[in-house]
Design a protein around this ligand. Structure first.
Ligand code: DAH
Length: 342
């Protein structure tokens, strides 16, 4: 038999045997048996040097082609083994992530977030836009622009964190956004501004140094207290999922005239008695009023043409009422026993 026939026979044997090889290790081993220094093919190719020069050009060349075919057959097999191994692990290591873990506890949104979203949802349905309040603001926006000049005693009501001599403060009220809203929004304005506010308060059951408010601002021609009453009555009835009556008493806030304390009928006792409304049927809930002409004028809105209302809903208080939470501090504490109830 000629050298070339031997090489072709070897190629056939190799390609048949490769089909039975299924692991990388045995493949490498077999490759050694054929292609390494003492391998069958290497030995066979040594015969090329004994051929005549013309045979070297013809037979030698063909034997090299057979050699390339054998090498290629090994590569093809190596790839097939790799693919089979990936397919096997996909099949065998598959885990069904949709099967519920038996001890998994649900995730929760924080009660404040929950109430904020509910409030936003009602107002958005009434055509309001939502804009987040600044947490760091200027002394001007927080006080001067809302009719509380430096000498005004109302500044003392909100014990302020000043950012030393920068002109900036931690917002003490979401009313700090009134000026920005008037500046940025074309009339008619219907916006609510939820945000986090800060005051240097001693903490007790109902006071925290960090709490949440939702400011509301409406400006257009002919806006009056009836619009304020309607909007807040609708919102509260939705939050408490029952009809709520509204009462308004005079209240003082420098940025509104007239200012009102808006009381909600007690959502818990239907006018009988309960600890929450303290026998009175009414719960003081939202300070509000008609936007003061000075505040409108500060951004060039003519109070002879336009009027508006504003309110400053305390979100913590609303959440405390809705979920019967008796201590404001619980909102800021990472107590899982409290948080997991929502
Ligand atoms: N900014 C006031 C505060 O934090 C609350 C407030 C009262 C907001 C009356 C208003 C308003 O918009 O009209 O005490």
């Amino acid at each position: 038999m000629s050298l070339l026939d031997d090489a072709r026979d070897l190629a056939d044997t190799v390609s048949r045997h490769l089909q039975s090889i299924t692991t990388d290790e045995t493949l490498t081993e077999y490759r050694g048996d054929i292609l390494w220094k003492n391998g069958d093919l290497t030995k066979l190719m040594k015969g090329i040097k004994d051929l005549s020069d013309s045979e070297k050009r013809t037979i030698g060349k063909d034997v090299n082609i057979v050699k390339d075919r054998i090498i290629e057959a090994f590569e093809t097999r190596r790839e097939a083994i790799a693919i089979a191994s990936i397919e096997r692990s996909i099949r065998e290591e598959y885990e069904d992530m949709s099967i519920p873990y038996p001890h998994m506890r649900g995730t929760h949104v924080h009660p404040l977030t929950r109430v904020r979203r509910e409030v936003e949802d009602v107002f958005v349905r009434m055509g309001f836009s939502v804009r987040e309040s600044d947490e760091i603001t200027t002394e001007y926006a927080n006080f001067d622009a809302v009719n509380i000049p430096a000498t005004h005693p109302a500044r003392d009501m909100q014990d302020t964190f000043w950012l030393s001599d920068t002109g900036y403060v931690l917002a003490t009220q979401t009313s700090c956004m009134q000026n920005t809203i008037l500046r940025d929004t074309p009339i008619p304005i219907r916006t609510i501004i939820p945000g986090r506010v800060f005051r240097n308060e001693a903490v007790d059951a109902t006071h925290e140094n960090t709490f949440y408010q939702v400011e509301g601002i409406v400006v257009d021609r002919g806006i009056h207290l009836g619009h304020l009453k309607y909007c807040l009555q609708t919102m509260l009835s939705e939050i408490f999922q029952k009809h709520i009556d509204i009462r308004m008493r005079p209240g003082f806030f420098p940025f509104v005239e007239p200012g009102v304390e808006l009381d909600s009928s007690c959502p818990f006792c239907d006018g009988k008695w309960c600890r929450i409304c303290k026998h009175s049927w009414w719960i003081e809930l939202v300070p509000a009023g008609m936007i003061h002409p000075n505040v409108l004028r500060e951004w060039g809105v003519d109070p002879e043409i336009y009027s508006g209302f504003a309110f400053g809903l305390g979100l913590n208080r609303l959440a405390m009422l809705k979920y019967a939470i008796d201590h404001i501090r619980l909102f800021m504490e990472p107590d899982i026993r409290f948080l997991s109830q929502f």
